[in-house]
Ligand binder design. Structure first.
Ligand SMILES: [Cu+2]
Length: 187
């Protein structure tokens, strides 16, 4: 026991010394592995109200709905109609800087499906009631009946990898919740 304790103290001192010698410790979660750039899709759908309207497995969220951390389906539409869509539906980060040849990986950590659709100009999506009065971006037309849109869909708990993005600026949005937007700069 004594040896283990000493080792623990020694390890603690080493960790402290390492921290001091490097000054500031960088948070690990902000670092992407080489060649991979990650975007996270987030939402806080309320499973009870979403699934009553949209089907049993549409929203599979881990949000603590009973404690007030989820958004009901009515509130989502009401807030979008008022021009103040729920900021908890979001892609993070909002601006991405990446190298050509890197993989852009979008991970859906929310409770419901999204799309990560490239558009020439940001606009509304294919559900008019969520568009806050904006005209639909033509790339979203037809919704999931349009194969080009369906291919950009991300299901809860899955990820979509995009490769071969050309150098320059790219705009992506969710064709369901069009305030979810990302600017990608490829160098
Ligand atoms: Cu979405």
């Amino acid at each position: 026991m004594t040896i283990v304790r000493k080792f623990t103290v020694l390890a603690g001192c080493l960790a402290l010394a390492t921290t001091l010698s490097f000054g500031q410790v960088q948070p690990k979660q902000q670092q992407n592995p080489p060649g991979l750039t990650q975007v996270v899709a987030l939402d806080e759908c309320d499973p009870v109200t979403f699934n009553a309207a949209l089907g049993p497995d549409f929203c599979k969220n881990v949000a603590l709905a009973a404690l007030g951390f989820a958004t009901t389906l009515n509130d989502l539409f009401a807030q979008a109609a008022a021009g103040t869509p729920d900021p908890k539906w979001d892609f993070e980060p909002d601006v991405v800087h990446m190298q050509a040849g890197s993989v852009l990986s979008i991970v859906d950590q929310g409770g419901e499906p999204h799309t990560f659709t490239e558009v020439a100009k940001f606009g509304g999506g294919f559900i008019d009631g969520l568009n806050s009065g904006q005209a639909m971006a033509p790339e979203c037309a037809g919704g999931f009946g349009n194969l080009a849109v369906a291919r950009t869909r991300i299901i809860q708990g899955s990820h979509l990898d995009i490769t071969g993005l050309k150098k320059g600026k790219h705009l992506f949005e969710c064709c369901i919740h069009p305030w979810m937007r990302v600017k990608v700069n490829v160098k």
